[in-house]
Write a protein that binds this ligand. Structure first.
Ligand SMILES: Cc1ncc(COP(=O)(O)O)c(C=O)c1O
Length: 350
């Protein structure tokens, strides 16, 4: 399969001689190789050597994420958010103006944006009415220029988990299957990380932006066959993960208990919010959620959106997306925020 993956990679990326950075070979010693400020830093922070370039291979962090996911460090790639992983995958595999990616829409918007920035064709296959992948249509959309198929599970913005067997049905496709598990911590479904050794064309993306409460540090990662990780390492900017981000991520990963507490609280709030919203006249239905947000079908989404905004409550209007007529996406907040939302919603005429 690594041959198959290699053949999917753009020829110029196969030929590329990557940038060789100073810190790949030596992380300590008398460091006079990288034109840093050897005297120190103007922003001393927690003993982190901010005057030094960070480890380009993120050795400690990848080791830690590998343990967390039960894989080996060479099966982990770390990006500036999952958004960087998405962008790099498109740039590694898709020849602008020639190749295509397949999306199961409505879904997270960055897959399309990353492809369109690269002038890569997006083949959109709508989810079924119960927001599941239309497997025959997805496979039917594949041609010999298809490089990536994105599946987001649990899916943003529909909030449901995609059927595992539907994703696994793509194993035989000659393309890379990217499964985005950004919201996995909030779901009851098993992760697909365990499948990467059976399915060498599978990339599972995770992020610290959601359950771990670290959207501000920009850290996402991919778990995949080492061959795919090597391609990602080859094209990434040499020092993509900065020292502050790496340090915060490592401290967070030692604090898994706090993450689990957050998840438990969010699940309690999600159930409460869902029940309350369902009883509101301006709400037609609240979709089941396996995420930290709710998809809410209103009688008039635009009007609800505007009325909430006037009261300083900001939600996301998804009503222009296919199959999401009159739908708003609402993040589960603190209990106080959720009460404010419900109070505001009660004042809106149906
Ligand atoms: C499905 C999905 N994937 C990825 C991301 C972005 O993750 P990151 O913050 O790691 O770039 C989001 C953010 O909303 C998302 O909804």
């Amino acid at each position: 399969m690594s041959d198959v993956i290699e053949n999917l990679v753009r020829p110029n990326i196969r030929r590329l001689k990557p940038y060789h950075s100073a810190r790949q070979d030596f992380l300590s010693g008398v460091l006079l190789d990288a034109n840093e400020n050897s005297l120190g830093t103007t922003a001393p922070t927690d003993g982190i050597a901010l005057n030094r370039y960070p480890d380009p291979f993120q050795r400690v962090l990848r080791e830690r994420l590998a343990v967390l996911n039960g894989v080996s460090p060479d099966e982990v790639f770390v990006g500036v958010g999952s958004d960087e992983v998405i962008d790099l995958l498109v740039r590694i595999f898709c020849e602008p103006g020639q190749d295509n990616v397949i999306l199961a829409e409505p879904t997270y918007g960055m897959y399309r944006v990353a492809a369109e920035i690269q002038n890569v064709e997006v083949r959109s296959v709508l989810l079924t009415d119960d927001f599941q992948p239309d497997v025959p249509a997805l496979i039917g959309a594949v041609n010999d220029r298809t490089k990536l198929i994105f599946a987001c599970s649990p899916n943003n913005p529909t909030a449901n988990t995609l059927h595992r067997e539907d994703i696994l049905a793509l194993a035989g496709v000659r393309a890379v299957v990217v499964v985005d598990e950004a919201y996995w911590d909030f779901s009851s479904a098993p992760s697909l990380v365990a499948k990467i050794r059976e399915m060498p064309n599978l990339v599972v993306m995770r992020t610290l932006s959601k359950a771990w409460g670290l959207a501000g540090i920009r850290l996402g990662y991919a778990v995949a066959d080492a061959a795919i990780v090597q391609w990602l390492m080859k094209v990434k900017p040499p020092y993509n993960i900065n020292a502050l981000t790496a340090s915060a991520a490592l401290r967070a990963l030692d604090n898994q208990k706090r993450k689990d507490e957050f998840v438990r609280n969010i699940l309690v709030e999600r159930a409460w919010l869902s029940e309350q919203l369902s009883a509101i006249p301006a709400v037609r239905m609240v979709f089941p959620s396996e995420t930290n947000f709710l998809l809410v079908r209103c009688t008039d989404a635009r009007r609800v959106y505007r009325t909430l905004a006037e009261q300083g409550i900001i939600v996301r209007d998804r009503s222009m997306e296919p199959k999401l007529e009159n739908c708003l996406r609402v993040t589960v907040g603190t209990h106080e925020q959720n009460v404010r939302l419900i109070d505001a919603m009660r004042t809106i005429e149906p």
